[in-house]
Design a protein. Structure first.
Length: 684
């Protein structure tokens, strides 16, 4: 008797990482008999170079997670209790359409989409979804929860979200890593910084927290949260008084120098020292390094703009390369985002023409806690009656989450959540609908850290009854009676429409990525995409809005030292192995992180009788949460670090760090102020 076996046939499928990270890696998934068995970085994609972060290397664990939602679920218990029963897709879609029709018949603005960057894909993000909500006439969502303050700062200084090409950081002689824990949030940039370091470059980390990145830099400048503009202005002071300036570049390629010079001369290192909480000598040394090193570069990230003056802070930092002529070198300048480089055809993808002349109100996603609790009024419009949540987890990630929970707990609020798992937000849903993961759908991706377009092919069939976001909105549109032909476009057609023929789609199909034609040194000869064509130290556009045309230090809403009741400033940087609230439910990553922690400096801990491992109560007038204390020097004196963003249900008392953050907004861009937060801490 003989036996034989057939070896499984393995195929490799090119894809793209969907997560909110500047690296936007190219993926290669190995599939055997319809099952994904291996996921790796694409070695042929230069920015990825075959390497993935710890989080995404666990993506198969996410895709095949035993707790994944794989069929539609309908609420049968109280909101927030997480009690659901399975239903069919047709029953769910018919009921959802009926409920939305009833609300829309009175005022479609009572319906609100709530989404962000659970996927960065242009198709499964705001493709078919935007078409649906435009046709419906629903309220607009102001998607501000991450990057808008910094984006506005860049627009009003250098003209857009653009800057250095990331690969040239490897050639820099000085790199300021400003407001970024690059090891955890931009691994591939960090590899380039390490290459520069091996070649002799100096690395300086500017961050209130002594992060893992700060550990590996030559110098750490631990300024107080919200004081970055003061530091940048004091650097300018030193550039002026020591004449570390490129006068030719300033004369030819900048606007508003005399005003900026006058303002900078008011910011002595001593004045900035008193504001920033760092020694004046360290400020002078930093300015000397910047003014006397070529080529010198700044890698900004979004942490430093999550305070009241975040937009002005980015403006001030973005002025520095023009003062010294750093832009003349391809390895000099600044990089926060490359998003403006992408020729996305947003009109073709999202079809704003479906609004047919209507202009619905706009709801800021940062203030969702307040807005869900607002009654109808002439100034606000109709009370929010329905929310469709996709690619986000607002109950965990939005500020002042006590109010967010109260809003989603309203029995008269109809809530639909498209998700992979039963998140904190899903617990409050009337329907949870199973969404596909990145391995199960088509999508196309831009990046905000490099300048390649990436295509994501589905590697496996959707698990269970999961459907793509786009398919949900197609089917819902049909049941709502929307007959426009654009609702029949399939996902591959949406991928092709995203760039309107301005990217070689055949190349994307063949290799999975395509590079944009971007100059090596974009502003070596000026040519900034501002109204003046120059780096605008003074912005006439801001002045016309009644704002200060020059960058300045704008104190926090809650400045350090302003409240005897709440003497500690708190920032809430992401835990290294989570990405916002994604990956928190993966046991392998949670095992690495351990449990929700508050880092507190030994000096502050001793004054409160707190030791490592103690349960502490972190509180202010907005609320409180409990976690374990870690007494360490990653926290500077006077500042505590509440590492996030843990799901509330996984916390010690069913809350997380956003219980104490505020819904106030930034100076520019209407963004959140997560790191502009005063608290106190007690054993608890």
């Amino acid at each position: 008797m003989t036996s034989s076996s057939t070896a499984a046939i393995a195929i490799q499928v090119k894809g793209a990482c969907p997560h909110d990270c500047p690296d936007t890696c190219s993926l290669v998934t190995t599939v055997e008999d319809g099952v994904a068995v291996k996921l790796q970085g694409n070695p042929d994609h230069r920015p990825t170079d075959g390497v993935l972060c710890t989080k995404v290397s666990r993506y198969l664990e996410r895709t095949y997670h035993p707790e994944r939602v794989l069929q539609p679920l309908k609420r049968v218990g109280p909101k927030g209790a997480g009690q659901f029963e399975p239903v069919g897709w047709d029953e769910a879609l018919d009921d959802i359409a009926g409920r939305l029709k009833g609300i829309a018949a009175v005022d479609p603005q009572a319906i609100l989409p709530y989404s962000y960057c659970g996927t960065m894909g242009l198709v499964q993000g705001e493709g078919m979804a935007s078409r649906f909500f435009h046709r419906l006439g629903a309220s607009f969502l102001d998607r501000t929860i991450c990057a808008t303050a910094g984006a506005e700062g860049l627009v009003h200084t250098i003209g857009g979200k653009l800057g250095m090409r990331v690969e040239f950081f490897a050639e820099s002689r000085l790199i300021l890593i400003w407001g970024s824990n690059a090891i955890g949030s931009s691994l591939h940039f960090w590899r380039l910084a390490q290459e520069a370091k091996r070649r002799g470059a100096k690395l300086v980390c500017i961050d209130p927290r002594r992060s893992e990145t700060a550990d590996k830099c030559h110098e750490h400048i631990a300024l107080l949260p919200g004081t970055d503009a003061a530091l940048a202005l004091a650097m300018m002071h030193e550039l002026v008084v020591n004449d570390w300036l490129d006068h030719d570049y300033i004369a030819r390629h900048t606007l508003g120098w005399e005003g900026l010079r006058e303002r900078a001369l008011r910011w002595t290192p001593e004045r900035a020292s008193a504001v920033c909480g760092v020694p004046a000598g360290q400020i002078r040394s930093l300015a000397r390094d910047w003014g006397t090193t070529e080529p010198a570069a700044i890698r900004l990230n979004y942490g430093m703009q999550r305070v009241r003056g975040g937009g002005n802070a980015v403006r001030a930092v973005a002025c520095l390369p023009a003062l010294t002529g750093a832009w003349r070198h391809r390895a000099g300048g600044v990089l926060l985002s490359t998003s403006s480089e992408y020729p996305i055809d947003a009109a073709a993808l999202r079809r704003p023409d479906l609004l047919a002349g209507r202009l619905p109100r706009t709801i800021n996603m940062v203030t969702i806690g307040d807005d869900l609790l607002r009654p109808s009024s002439p100034s606000f419009g109709p009370a929010i009656g329905a929310v469709i949540v996709y690619n986000s987890n607002p109950v965990a990630v939005a500020p002042e989450s006590g109010k967010v929970v109260a809003g989603f707990a309203r029995e008269d609020l109809f809530t639909v959540v498209l998700e992979h798992f039963r998140t904190d937000t899903a617990d409050y849903a009337d329907y949870i609908l199973p969404a596909t993961t990145q391995l199960e759908h088509w999508d196309v991706h831009s990046s905000y850290g490099h300048t390649d377009v990436l295509l994501n092919r589905p590697a496996i069939a959707p698990q269970g009854q999961a459907r793509t976001n786009s398919d949900f909105f197609r089917e819902l549109a049909r049941r709502m009676g929307f007959t426009e032909p654009c609702f029949a476009d399939d996902d591959l057609a949406l991928c092709r429409a995203a760039f309107g023929g301005r990217v070689d789609f055949d190349l994307l199909l063949a290799q999975g990525f395509a590079a944009l034609p971007v100059r090596e040194a974009p502003f070596a000869e000026g040519g900034f995409p501002t109204p003046s064509g120059k780096c605008e130290f003074f912005s006439e556009r801001l002045a016309r809005q009644g704002l200060d045309g020059l960058p300045d230090h704008v104190p926090n809403h809650e400045p350090f030292g302003a409240s005897p009741r709440y003497p500690l400033a708190m920032i809430s940087p992401p835990a290294r192995n989570f990405l916002n609230s994604s990956f928190v439910n993966l046991q392998s990553l949670r095992d690495i992180e351990g449990e929700p922690l508050l880092e507190i400096h030994p000096q502050d801990a001793q004054a409160r009788g707190i030791e490592s491992g103690a349960v502490v109560r972190v509180f202010n007038d907005r609320g409180e949460y409990r976690c374990k204390a870690k007494v360490c020097e990653r926290a500077r004196p006077g500042v505590v670090n509440g590492l996030g963003i843990w799901w509330r249900k996984l916390g010690l008392a069913g809350t997380n760090v956003n219980q104490v953050t505020s819904q106030r907004l930034t100076d520019l861009g209407r963004g959140p102020v997560f790191y502009d937060c005063l608290v106190d801490v007690q054993r608890g």
